[in-house]
Design a protein around this ligand. Structure first.
Ligand code: PMP
Length: 483
């Protein structure tokens, strides 16, 4: 939204208006002819007067303000003011509506906004590499070379062989591909942690209907390593799947320890690192046999990701067709998406290396302390464990429905989640909290706040204030209903 840009004579006059106070809003000019939906009552021409009588912000939407006829027409439109002058239209946003429309985004575990570096890389690549990497001419070869270079850059970050990397449309596809691959051996058992993302759990249920064992987690949300070592000593599954960091609670999983155990028993280890990558360094992840990642979780574009899998030996493809990706994944590669993903990853890795996560952990910690202090009955899920620096999963004070929190917070400008994005919207209890032994009633009180790199200390403070305010409102409502 642009601050006053008076491109029309009428707007110029409004901008110069001086009845002793500041201008009451922001203005955005719209291209001539752009159709703005206006309520029927606003269609009529307003009476004109010789004086601009824009009132103080507080009375703006209530009063139809009017203008000198030389400036054109001005009328209210959805509580904003719409100004028309000949073929041009300008929307005049009252301060109040601007404030209300600004959302502070606390749902970065669902998806993140694209980084400027990633956007730039995407635009450049889309222009430079127009060819299909499989085409036999130089234009195709250039696109192929760009992909090869990107593969090398990701391999450096993960510490693996560039040929271990298969580009995918995101982590859902990468995870499905890994499970589909393991399922090609009809005898093996799948050991999958009970807190995996639905795209791992559901794929596991699909491919291993009678051969799936869910690995338990502790009440604090980490893998039960004792269970794993005891069971590995007795029998060998076809693979073990454990995510690096949980998307709902942010609890970090001991993937290095599990990798070591799997090595000892020669069992392949598959790690969904979707929430880890871009928040913690991905150095060393390449040692896992299978690793998945997704660009839109760390400032890259949506619809692109990767699976790191062994380049030696056969990996069974999920998608059949052309011979792309060494026959492991058919379909024309998303060159611009891949290059943009790499630009985002490298930017995030630089910030991590510069220690940028530390102060953000402190902000998160202060937020949690404030909730503990000022919101009776609030409990942080997994608080005793190491967690992603951006995630807070909080058991909120009792209300009849957690969705009410989300709606109320949304109204006052905060986007938060009740669980994983895939589960929100459905009134289903979280399988992650259930695996952590939370009752359905407790689970229904949980909200997830996940910040991003751009989130400020003030944003965290504002969220704490907002939660306290909403909590007061909700408890008053509950008392009224119960009395
Ligand atoms: N795994 C985890 C841990 C996730 O958080 C998500 C996204 N919520 C996915 C997999 C799926 O990723 P994508 O959106 O790229 O399919």
């Amino acid at each position: 939204m642009n601050q006053i840009q008076p491109s029309l004579p009428g707007l110029n006059a409004i901008a110069n208006w001086k009845p002793g106070s500041q201008l009451p809003g922001y203005c955005q000019t719209l291209p001539p002819g752009e159709n703005v939906q206006t309520p029927p009552e606003a269609q009529q021409r307003l009476p004109t007067c010789s004086e601009i009588c824009l009132k103080k912000e507080s009375s703006l939407p209530a009063k139809r303000s009017c203008l000198n006829p030389m400036f054109g027409r001005l009328f209210t439109h959805a509580k904003n003011l719409l100004f028309q002058d000949g073929g041009s239209t300008a929307l005049w946003f009252t301060r109040r509506s601007v404030k209300r429309s600004r959302m502070i985004y606390f749902d970065h575990n669902a998806t993140t906004p694209m980084l400027p570096e990633a956007r730039q890389a995407w635009l450049e690549a889309a222009e430079r590499f127009i060819g299909n990497p499989s085409s036999p001419h130089r234009i195709g070869a250039r696109a192929d070379a760009a992909l090869t270079e990107a593969r090398q850059r990701l391999a450096i970050k993960l510490d693996c062989d560039p040929l271990d990397i298969v580009w995918t449309s995101g982590a859902t596809e990468a995870n499905n591909m890994a499970l589909h691959h393991f399922a090609s051996d009809e005898c093996v058992q799948a050991w999958v942690s009970a807190i995996e993302h639905p795209c791992v759990l559901e794929a596991a249920r699909h491919y291993f209907p009678n051969r799936l064992r869910l690995m338990p987690v502790t009440r604090a949300g980490t893998t039960n390593l004792d269970w794993l070592s005891e069971h590995l000593a007795e029998t060998r599954p076809g693979f073990v799947a454990m995510m690096a960091a949980n998307n709902e609670t942010g609890v970090l999983q001991p993937w290095r320890e599990i990798l070591a155990m799997c090595r000892q028993y020669e069992v392949p280890f598959f790690c969904d690192a979707t929430q880890w990558i871009g928040k913690s360094t991905c150095h060393g992840l390449g040692e896992c046999d299978f690793v998945s990642g997704s660009a839109h979780k760390f400032g890259g574009p949506k619809g692109v990701g990767f699976l790191k899998c062994p380049s030696k030996g056969r990996v069974y493809p999920l998608l059949h067709g052309g011979p792309q990706e060494e026959g492991r994944r058919s379909g024309t590669e998303n060159v611009a998406g891949v290059l943009s993903m790499l630009a985002a990853l490298e930017a995030r890795e630089r910030s991590i290396a510069q220690g940028e996560t530390e102060k953000r952990s402190v902000w998160r910690h202060c937020f949690e302390r404030r909730l503990g202090h000022d919101l009776a009955g609030c409990e942080i899920v997994g608080s005793s464990q190491e967690r992603l620096w951006n995630t807070v999963s909080a058991l909120m004070p009792e209300t009849d429905c957690q969705q009410r929190w989300v709606v109320k917070l949304d109204k006052i400008g905060f986007a938060v989640s009740t669980g994983s994005a895939c589960a929100s919207g459905r009134e289903e209890s979280s399988h992650v909290l259930a695996a952590m032994s939370y009752s359905p009633r407790e689970a229904s009180r949980v909200l997830r706040f996940s910040s991003g790199w751009e989130t400020t200390e003030d944003d965290w403070r504002a969220l704490a204030e907002a939660l306290i305010k909403v909590s007061c409102g909700l408890s008053v409502e509950m008392t009224r209903r119960n009395s």
